[in-house]
Write a protein that binds this ligand. Structure first.
Ligand code: CA
Length: 418
């Protein structure tokens, strides 16, 4: 008996990182994520190299044992290739990658796993994490030294115990065979998802009957909502009855770093490895002209979905900036109008013992004043009646400049109860 698969893969740089060091692949029988790590540039090279090496084994094998043997051999070969790369390019010392993948054969799936990327499975409405993290904190949990809840916030939760790449030991890859039952939904992810989005939220999203693609996009949305401090990669595999007729053509799709080529470039007279995006160049040559090229429809569609995602993120950022600008503009305008309004006012007061016309208002906002001497008259305050001196002390407001002069005239003619 065999099954049919409907798959989807997405990888996002997140909100904080400057490069995407995650790689992902979904093809015919093989589906995986690889989360790279290492110095400033090595992580993306490591995950891309491992992904491209291991993806070459994507094939239909006679038995799960055959599939597992080929897959494990490819993983070890990728490990050796990474070690050789570091020997040749010592600047990449310490680079490595996780690998968590599934190879389907008939109604079985071979699991291969090293590192802290994860594989979850939804079966009969139950979501289960089928892989165990090869992390320092998981070891502490296993030996009863801390609880799983404490592991989530442990300061060393990112420390990996096993990984492919530049490590002294031969890598220990967990591998076993699982049943692939129609109705199963598998989700593979890097820790950019499961490290920041709660397991209950992941489970709730996997349980929806929504298509794999929608679920992956929703999960990515959850990670972005959580701040996405790390790269996020999600690969979904829905298992269907062999007789089902899904509107889906399996096509090998690489995402994240794995979608780029590892090339040797010259920099300051030295040959260096770097990632190169062939799609960037092809779109440059394509220009604005619409041509029918050899890019498979599903890959184009994936690009469109990814472009939409980026657009949404950019729009969200833009909206935040515009909101801040709008609030600042309103506040500035308010201050400006307020200040101009005060400068249409006059009042009569005292300055250096003389009756004086002030422009503005007498009130102050902390250290900020809104008035200045407009005209200091010859009239001495001392010559005024006691009543008028009292008025002057409390400030006599004028409706305009002419009114201010009228007030002074009234003061000097001695009108009042002086
Ligand atoms: Ca990561």
């Amino acid at each position: 008996m065999s099954v049919k698969l409907v798959t989807y893969a997405v990888s996002d740089i997140g909100r904080v990182r400057s490069s995407n060091q995650d790689g992902g692949y979904t093809g015919y029988q093989l589906h995986f994520v690889a989360d790279g790590m290492g110095g400033h540039a090595g992580g993306d090279i490591a995950s891309a190299m491992a992904a491209q090496q291991i993806a070459q084994t994507d094939n239909l094998y006679a038995t799960p044992e055959d599939a597992g043997a080929v897959l494990l051999a490819a993983i070890l070969e990728a490990n050796e290739k990474l070690a050789a790369t570091v020997r040749e390019h010592p600047t990449f010392a310490g680079m490595g990658t996780t690998f968590s993948g599934l190879m389907f054969t008939g109604d079985k799936a071979v699991v291969a796993h090293i590192g802290d990327s994860r594989i979850y499975r939804l079966r009969d409405d139950e979501v289960q994490q089928v892989t165990k993290d090869h992390t320092f904190v998981q070891k502490l949990v296993d030996t009863g030294r801390i609880t799983p809840a404490e592991a989530l916030i442990h300061p060393r939760r990112n420390v990996l115990m096993r990984v492919l790449g530049d490590t002294p030991e031969r890598p220990q890859v967990d591998s076993w065979v699982e049943d692939a039952l129609p109705g199963d939904r598998w989700m593979l992810c890097s820790d950019g998802l499961c490290g920041y989005v709660d397991d209950t939220v992941i489970a709730r999203n996997l349980r929806t009957k929504a298509p794999a693609e929608d679920v992956a996009q929703d999960l990515l949305g959850e990670a972005l909502e959580a701040g996405a401090p790390d790269n996020v990669t999600i690969v979904m595999v829905d298992v269907l009855n062999a007789g089902a007729r899904p509107d889906f053509e399996p096509t090998p799709i690489y995402v994240g770093s794995a979608a780029k080529d590892v090339v040797i470039a010259e920099r300051k007279g030295k040959s260096v490895l770097q990632l190169f995006d062939p799609r960037a160049l092809s779109s440059f040559f394509r220009g604005s002209e619409e041509t029918t090229d050899f890019v498979p429809e599903s890959a184009e569609y994936l690009e469109k979905v990814m472009a939409d995602t980026y657009r949404r993120i950019r729009f969200r950022k833009l909206r935040q900036v515009l909101t801040i600008l709008a609030i600042s503009a309103v506040a500035m305008a308010g201050l400006w109008f307020g200040y101009n309004y005060t400068q249409t006012k006059f009042y009569v007061g005292e300055s250096n013992g003389h009756v004086t016309i002030y422009k503005g208002i007498r009130e102050r906002l902390g250290p900020i004043g809104f008035s200045s001497v407009y005209s200091e008259t010859d009239v001495l305050v001392a010559d005024l009646s006691e009543y008028h001196r009292g008025l002057l002390e409390r400030t006599i407001y004028a409706t305009d400049l002419a009114d201010a002069y009228r007030i002074i005239e009234t003061l000097t003619t001695g009108d009042g109860n002086g």
